[in-house]
Design a protein around this ligand. Structure first.
Ligand code: NAD
Length: 252
């Protein structure tokens, strides 16, 4: 399936209210994709869904706390019941609480893992059988430099992002026979989002880019079949730059 193939198809997207997720939602809608928008920020995600509908696509806001596995599973089942199997699942939602290890409680640590890693499991589990039944699908977890390296003050975020990479590797192997592509996508650069505002040093903020610059890559990811690319860790910045360049060349 090429980039144009996503028009009229559905994407389930977590973390759509703010930051990168919001930019991805706008990009996919501009390319004609319908969206189910999962986020804990109910008012923001409802307003976004309303705005996207004015672009002529269908969108369904789903207010859910991804740390709650049962509520998340119910929300995905409900979405599948309403719109059918999605072409793509993009799990973007995350929180990053910088905190010394000695100050973490088990409950706080667990909540951050549940949003990032348990969320990846429950969302993927909810679309897995529907994607098998339709014969295709693409699943993407948003990665981070913290999925490969350790950073101070990140004893929840870093293991959760490492865990997503591991889940991706297993699902990509198991998904191949069903034509389900499973990949991760790192941002490739610090991005100018609410998460970064609360966390990044002044030096890191200097290199920040708009999440809008990364969004084109997600149209490519949403269109992937397992035969094209699976089990990979993409750099969304590089993929977006290539897509933008390609469309400039095509227009010239
Ligand atoms: N900001 C960066 O520079 C950077 C760098 C590398 C990777 N990332 C990754 O990119 C993705 C997007 O990050 P961002 O910077 O846009 O973050 P953000 O904080 O701006 O947005 C995160 C979104 O997730 C939602 N969310 C948080 N907790 C939730 C919960 N319990 N249930 C449902 N939704 C919840 C928020 O409401 C928000 O809409 C994340 O996976 C993050 O780890 C970000």
């Amino acid at each position: 399936m090429g980039l144009h193939g996503i028009r009229g198809q559905w994407c389930f997207l977590s973390g759509a209210a703010d930051g990168l997720g919001n930019a991805i939602a706008r990009e996919l809608a501009a390319r004609g994709m319908n969206l189910v928008l999962f986020d804990v920020q109910e008012a923001k995600v409802a307003a976004l869904a309303h705005e996207l509908q004015s672009l002529g696509v269908q969108s369904l806001p789903v207010a859910v706390d991804l740390a709650d596995a049962a509520a998340t599973a119910t929300a995905v089942d409900h979405a599948v019941g309403k719109v059918g199997a999605p072409r793509a699942l993009i799990h973007d939602a995350a929180v990053l609480t910088p905190r010394p290890f000695r100050e973490w409680s088990f409950e706080g640590w667990r909540r951050e893992l549940d949003i990032i890693l348990q969320g990846a499991f429950v969302l993927a589990k909810g679309v897995w059988e529907p994607m098998i039944a339709q014969g295709h699908g693409s699943i993407v977890f948003i990665s981070s430099g913290s999925a490969l390296r350790g950073f101070p003050l990140e004893s929840a975020y870093t293991p959760a992002k490492h865990g997503q990479e591991g889940l991706m590797k297993v699902l990509s192997i198991e998904g191949a026979e069903f034509n389900i592509a499973v990949n991760t996508a790192t941002t490739g650069a610090p991005i100018d989002t609410p998460m970064s505002w609360g966390h990044y040093t002044p030096e890191m903020r200097e290199g920040m880019i708009s999440p809008r610059r990364l969004a084109p890559a997600f149209a490519y990811f949403a269109a992937l079949d397992a035969g094209q690319a699976t089990g990979l860790r993409f750099d969304a910045f590089q993929v977006s730059e290539a897509i933008t360049l390609q469309s400039q060349v095509a227009r010239a």
